[in-house]
Design a protein around this ligand. Structure first.
Ligand code: PEP
Ligand code: MN
Length: 458
């Protein structure tokens, strides 16, 4: 992660009047767990507030600057990772494989799009999930829904489903362990992807574009070699920047990690570089928007197909009143069937008002469906279809699609169908591991990166 060094001299408006890290508590907070014992919660958040932060204010501001460059078309954002991390998956192979696939995707994108890629992981804090219902009923027994490892545990027992404040501390610790390993891998040259043996490309044979893909990967290798012949080892290819993000859902956790620091004025959420507001908690007068408006991080909001321009513009005013570059990213997640109708009016309204945002496509969350054998899945063709349309719709509107947001893993799971291997519903049984949403596997993720390049180059 980038160790920016200079003191921040930007003039940033002081925290809005009446805002404090706790002022969200005066607003309706959706999707929060019910903690039975207020004293136990207070003890945990007091402890958490004393623990060191996970990121620094200068990293956060360096990311904001890079996002401003993405807004101007000088960079492309690749944001990806698990739907939800779990404490059990805080392990060496899972973390390193996820990092590897994100790095390989970014190399494909850098080469194909001819611009720097800004890498942001959905990790080191992605431990809380919004749920459609507070309670889950099985065989006549009702228990609180599983809300992610930050809150409770997935087993269907009263003890496992109790909202446990100690998990706030455990989530911070697991985030720190993840972050520590990611930083060490990157510092240690893990990102050196010149070696073709790191690339697992057997799937390419099954793609209709096999020849084109092989050429793409060969060309990446060649250009790395060529540049090194001219210039010697290229530091930029063996050492990369990586930033973290998560849905800042559980506001007691976020509040405890909201800090003032000596180096830069204002309040920072130092649990992550880049928090986002989920689709279900983006109400203008809700607690999440209240919390987000006062922090200095770059922030994102998920925008679903029912959002109207009349709702979106006030949200932009609330979250970025000064039109600060890099501050606000809008992640649209419409669904392959709805994007053509839902997206254009929003693009036009934001353009008409001259508001500065980074538009990013999440082609995953509007394309979730259930199979007859009871799995939650997504079809590769719908994911790539939504992304294809997103590029076209932005081009037609004269706006810019500046990045993608994907749920993926470096493992060989079978959670999404389709892709070059042509996975079908019956394959889902083989390696369905997600506790929540279905993710692209290693092969499907690389294929998606190559499809993006194909699309962008016409
Ligand atoms: C998610 O990103 O996992 C999620 C719940 O997305 P959304 O808020 O867009 O539904
Ligand atoms: Mn998800």
């Amino acid at each position: 992660m980038q160790p920016g060094s200079q003191r921040d001299t930007n003039t940033f408006p002081p925290a809005p009047a009446s805002w404090t890290p706790a002022s969200w508590q005066q607003h309706e907070a959706l999707q929060q767990p019910h903690y039975e014992d207020a004293a136990e919660l207070a003890a945990a958040t007091t402890h958490l507030a004393q623990l060191p932060p996970l990121v620094t204010s200068w990293e956060v501001l360096a990311l904001k600057q890079a996002l401003a460059e993405a807004q101007d078309g000088q960079r492309f954002l690749l944001q990806g990772g698990d739907c939800a991390e779990s404490f059990a998956d805080c392990s060496s192979p899972i973390i390193s494989n996820r990092l590897k696939v994100l790095l390989q995707m970014s190399l494909v994108l850098v080469h194909g799009l001819k611009k720097p890629v800004l890498r942001v992981g959905r990790f080191a804090g992605q431990y809380a999930k919004p749920r459609s219902a507070d309670m889950e009923t099985r065989d006549g027994v009702s228990l609180p829904s599983f809300r992610g490892d930050l809150v409770n545990s997935p087993e269907f027992t009263p003890a496992a489903r109790r909202a446990d404040p100690q998990r706030l501390i455990q989530a911070h610790a697991h985030s720190a362990l993840t972050m520590n390993f990611v930083r060490a891998l990157i510092d240690g040259g893990f990102a050196d992807l010149r070696h073709p043996e790191y690339w697992d490309l057997a799937w390419v044979e099954h793609s209709p574009w096999a020849a084109e893909y092989r050429q793409m990967v060969a060309a990446i290798g060649d250009s790395l070699q060529f540049m090194e012949t001219l210039a010697g080892p290229i530091a930029g290819f063996s050492k990369v920047d990586f930033f973290t993000s998560h849905e800042a859902l559980l506001l007691h956790y976020e509040q405890a990690l909201t800090r003032e620091v000596p180096r830069n004025p204002g309040w920072f959420n130092l649990s992550t570089h880049f928090p986002w507001i989920g689709m279900r908690t983006a109400a203008l007068d809700g607690a999440h928007v209240e919390y987000f408006r006062g922090i200095r991080n770059p922030v994102a909001v998920k925008v679903g197909p029912t959002v109207t321009p009349d709702q979106l513009l006030p949200l932009i005013d609330a979250l970025n009143p000064e039109d600060e570059p890099g501050r606000l990213t809008l992640i649209h997640r419409m669904g392959n069937a709805k994007i053509a109708e839902a997206l254009p009016p929003l693009l036009q309204a934001v353009k008409r008002e001259g508001r500065r945002v980074l538009w990013v496509a999440d082609p995953m969350h509007g394309n979730t469906e259930s199979t007859s054998n009871g799995y939650k899945t997504r079809r590769f063709a719908n994911i790539s279809g939504e992304l294809d349309q997103a590029f076209d719709i932005h081009a037609a509107a004269g706006t810019r699609l500046g990045g993608v947001h994907l749920e993926l893993t470096g493992e060989d799971v079978t959670e999404c169908t389709g892709g070059a291997r042509g996975l079908v519903d019956a394959d889902l049984d083989r390696a369905y591991k997600s506790m929540v949403d279905p993710r692209l596997n290693y092969e499907q993720s690389l294929e998606m990166a190559m499809l993006i390049v194909r699309k962008s180059n016409g």
